[in-house]
Design a protein around this ligand. Structure first.
Ligand code: PLP
Length: 366
């Protein structure tokens, strides 16, 4: 198989794909595919419960948090966060560090007043500017509104390659994180957050299931207009079975969680992710041929955007990569250039092959 650097839907562990293929027609002697099972069957319930238990173990989940499997993706949660959390409040605070958090605050404006507590937007350079690096505003420069319902941030900006490694303490204001693209890439102190959400199609599994981790005391704040199937309290009360959940996607997520446990859990996967990211950033920094504009302290370990100094060579670079089995390296359309997403399922061998190709391409063209 080729090495796949897609930002999402992204590479899955080969063992997971193989197991899903082996079990496709007949899951554990039931004569059915998981796709064909009632979500209320004993068989699916066992799959669901195992997935929840393994995820709770991986996350070291505190007792007062609930794990919910929803649908709609992270973008639906951008609306469902205010719908579930505003209560009697009228204002929510947002921190903007890239295009996904920008989108989150735009969506929230449909439901409440949005106060931007901090932003790096003016600093975001285009690939052609030699200007300032993209970073995260210092916490001392965050200015919150008087009584926000919550503060939202995107803890890993998939497009811009900016990741939070430190999380501020905000007193009683619940912190809400879109962690779509780095959830399960390293240990996480869940207690720092009121809500964590993410689509599954990066480190969790396949598109179709959305994970919401919510602190129980926040379940009572939904607006009356919040759709029942997306009201976290309703979903929690029905153990994610208020309506038909995305059963096959939950099954695949369960296989990924078991795979993660076999890798040694989140601390072990973090060590591998650090090694992969360092190799790639060192290669970029060692050369004038490639450029990454994110401040080193907040460079994402999952999504590594980079530019060729001579962008006229972009198509050439991508074609050569494809010919070597290095797939889906094209940067997001909004920022151009290249992006290597190196999620959990991308092995060190993939990054080594990419680095070797980058060095070879540079030697040929520098
Ligand atoms: N937020 C982040 C950080 C993402 O990376 C993505 C998708 O790539 C989204 C939101 C959108 O997620 P979805 O397509 O599941 O709605």
């Amino acid at each position: 198989r080729a090495f796949n650097f897609s930002a999402g839907p992204a590479a899955l562990p080969v063992e997971v794909l193989q197991q899903a293929a082996d079990e496709m027609l007949d899951w554990h002697g039931t004569g059915m595919s998981v796709m064909e099972m009632s979500h209320r069957s004993r068989e699916f319930e066992s799959i669901h419960q195992a997935a929840l238990a393994d995820l709770a173990e991986l996350l070291d989940l505190p007792e007062n948090y609930r794990l919910l499997f929803l649908q709609g993706g992270a973008l639906a949660e951008n609306a469902l966060v205010p719908l579930n959390l505003l209560g009697a409040r009228k204002v929510a605070d947002y921190v903007v560090t890239g295009s996904w958090s920008h989108k989150s605050q735009l969506e929230a404006r449909r439901y409440c007043d949005v106060h931007i507590a901090a932003t790096n937007e003016k600093k975001a350079p285009t690939p052609h500017q030699a200007g300032e690096r993209i970073g995260i505003p210092a916490f001392t420069d965050w200015h919150m509104s008087a009584d926000p319902a919550y503060l939202h941030l995107c803890t890993n900006e998939t497009v811009n390659g900016v990741e939070f490694f430190d999380i501020p303490h905000l007193g009683d204001v619940p912190l809400v994180a879109d962690a779509s693209s780095h959830l399960l890439s390293r240990p996480l102190d869940v207690t720092q957050f009121g809500v964590i959400y993410g689509g599954a199609q990066k480190n969790i599994g396949i598109a179709g299931v959305t994970l919401v981790i919510v602190r129980e005391d926040l379940l009572d704040r939904a607006l009356a207009i919040c759709p029942s199937a997306f009201a976290w309290k309703t979903v929690a009360a029905h153990n994610s079975m208020y309506n038909t959940p995305p059963t096959y996607a939950i099954y695949i997520a369960g296989l990924v969680f078991k795979w993660l446990k076999r890798q040694g859990g989140l601390a072990a996967i973090e060590a591998r992710n650090i090694e992969k990211a360092q190799l790639l950033y060192q290669t970029i920094d060692a050369s004038d041929f490639y450029i990454n504009r994110v401040e080193p302290a907040v460079r994402s370990r999952m999504n590594v955007p980079f530019y060729l100094a001579d962008e006229a060579r972009n198509d050439d670079f991508l074609a050569g990569a494809r010919a070597r089995g290095l797939l889906q390296l094209k940067g997001h359309a909004s920022v151009g250039g290249m992006r290597a997403s190196i999620y959990n399922a991308v092995p060190l061998a993939a990054v080594s092959a990419l680095v070797a190709y980058m060095q070879e391409f540079e030697r040929r063209h520098a």
